[in-house]
Design a protein around this ligand. Structure first.
Ligand SMILES: [Zn+2]
Length: 325
């Protein structure tokens, strides 16, 4: 047996956990991040990894880190991370210096989550798979014929920033208008509710202070029949379906898994979105793409990072890389 430490590095916290070869998780060790300077973040990372290593015997072989931003997975350098404000931070090299006994891997968090969900979650048994994480943004990744797509400059899978409403949409954190994540993330659902407010002058939906009004609150109200919330929910689902149908056209997955906070809506989300995706699907037979809930939840990134560290890269299906014939 060989186990690995999986690290989930986010803009507000860092978590390390021991991950078994079967994907089983040990205890999670977390620290909040207030200061995002590389030195401070790496110190916190070192501390949680050391704690996670204490849970293991001497069978840990590798440390895998999933980080937001554009990551050169071959070196582990964070080329650019808007969340951290980092440019060319050699995270992999710095962590290797701290833990010379272990092989160290750093990859983009959404691609790591895609690998985790593919190997241990709902992607199992498929060759063509996509994960969309619907949270404050939209992260994603896709596996094509058993290979996780990385792209020329590690940018494959950045589906959150394809524009679906360039004329009428919301401003995205990346500067463009109407990106998929501006429209169809949890934040997008909130923005739909605010945009629609003038049409619902008697609505009490937005009486809740903005910092306490989450996407979940709007979804729950939509489920209970609140007209303002329901109209926002339906506009959100239209935009989500538009982006998913584009994904079907790009890579024709067998399974598209929806993760992140918004996916906790379950069938209320899926029953609405599936027929809308079908209606926009023109070049493959309708109903042949299964849209389901992801199963690993917030653990997918750490599980995938540990898996990549153990496999020596974002390798979805080891056999897919074997020479043919
Ligand atoms: Zn964008």
């Amino acid at each position: 047996v060989s186990r690995a430490i999986g690290v989930d590095l986010g803009g507000s916290h860092v978590m390390a956990v021991l991950v078994g070869e079967d994907g089983a998780l040990g205890k999670k060790h977390e620290l909040d991040l207030d200061d995002l300077a590389p030195g401070v973040v790496i110190q916190a990372l070192e501390s949680v990894v050391k704690d996670a290593l204490k849970d293991a015997d001497d069978d840990v072989v590798a440390i895998g880190i999933g980080s937001p931003g554009n990551v050169d997975a071959s070196s582990g350098t964070i080329t650019f991370s808007p969340n951290f404000g980092w440019h060319d931070v050699p995270l992999g090299a710095l962590v290797r210096d701290l833990f010379p006994k272990y092989s160290v891997f750093v990859g983009n968090d959404a691609r790591c989550a895609t690998l985790g969900e593919y190997v241990y979650g709902v992607g199992q048994g498929t060759d063509d798979f996509a994960l969309l994480t619907l949270g404050t943004g939209i992260g994603g990744g896709f596996v094509v014929r058993g290979v996780l797509a990385l792209g020329h400059k590690m940018g494959a899978g950045e589906v959150g920033h394809h524009q679906i409403r360039p004329d009428t949409g919301f401003v995205c954190s990346c500067g463009k208008i109407g990106c998929f994540e501006a429209q169809a993330s949890g934040t997008g659902l909130l923005r739909h509710a605010f945009r629609l407010a003038p049409s619902f002058p008697r609505s009490t939906l937005l009486d809740t202070p903005r910092e306490r009004l989450g996407s979940k609150a709007i979804r729950r109200l939509a489920q209970s029949g609140d007209q303002h919330a329901l109209t926002a929910w339906n506009a959100f689902c239209d935009d989500l379906a538009l982006g998913i149908a584009n994904l079907v056209a790009f890579v024709n997955p067998e399974v598209i898994a929806l993760g992140g906070g918004v996916s906790s809506a379950g069938d209320f989300l899926l029953d609405r979105v599936r027929p809308l995706v079908d209606a926009r699907t023109t070049m493959v037979p309708r109903g042949t793409t299964r849209i389901v809930r992801a199963t690993l939840g917030n653990d997918a990134g750490a599980v995938g990072a540990a898996t990549a560290a153990r496999r020596g890269g974002l390798i979805a299906k080891p056999s897919a890389l074997s020479p043919v014939g």
